[in-house]
Design a protein. Structure first.
Ligand code: ADE
Length: 217
């Protein structure tokens, strides 16, 4: 899988792409991540990418030209172009799963007051990571990349993915390790029983009750 990120702040991605599971996926050649500064696609002599909104109002608006030029340069017939915006469709595990099947994902990060509305005509999907406004699309694009990359074949073991949260809309079951008792808190007896049928049943019950209590809160 190839992921191209269009941003005005490339260095925000340094830690994200060079640590842990994402780094391993890159090193194994499973995912190729390119961070592209779309300012490089500006035709303006000062490399300007934003301007004042028509009709007045606060803040600056990202212009069409550099973003259209960047997307037209990198998109192929295998690409999906996604714009990160608080007004987009709510990002969920099921969307991450669908995206994990793509060969090429282009993530467009906004900043300032927003994008020129006409930019929507060149994107395939608008995604929001939640009902709050962040300073830009960089953190949301890292959230989307993280959730997608870990689902790509070969990145983490199939076994780890099987029982985890949101596979079937339920959250994951609780896990414990040594010691058996810590500051008066004991590991549930069933987990020490060695009876795998009972352990599986307990875990399933926990998944359902934790999901219900999460929905009630
Ligand atoms: N840009 C700013 N806030 C955002 C959000 N919540 N989701 C996606 N992109 C954003």
């Amino acid at each position: 899988m190839k992921i191209d990120v269009l941003t005005l702040f490339p260095s925000m991605f340094d830690g994200f792409i060079n640590e842990s599971i994402i780094k391993r996926a890159k090193d194994k050649g499973i995912v190729d991540i390119n961070i592209i500064n779309f300012r490089d696609y500006s035709l303006d002599k000062n490399k300007r990418v934003d301007d004042y909104p028509y009709g007045g109002g606060a803040g600056m608006v990202l212009m069409c030209e550099p973003i259209f030029r960047a997307i037209e340069d990198i998109r192929t017939s295998d690409s999906i172009v996604i714009m990160l915006t608080p007004s987009g469709k709510l990002f969920k595990e099921s969307i991450a799963y669908d995206l994990s099947k793509y060969k090429h994902i282009i993530l467009l990060c906004g900043h300032y007051e927003g994008f020129d509305e006409r930019i929507k005509s060149i994107v395939d999907m608008e995604l929001s990571i939640g009902d709050y406004v962040l300073t830009g699309g960089e953190v949301p694009s890292m959230v989307v990349m993280d959730a997608v990359i870990r689902l790509v074949d070969g990145v983490i073991s199939k076994e780890s993915l099987v029982s985890e949260s949101f596979n079937d809309d339920n959250v994951d079951y609780p896990v414990y390790t040594k010691p058996r008792e810590f500051r008066g808190m004991k590991v549930p007896e069933v987990l020490l029983s060695g009876n795998h049928k009972e352990i599986d049943a307990w875990r399933e019950e926990q998944r359902i009750s934790l999901t219900n209590s999460r929905e009630d809160s």
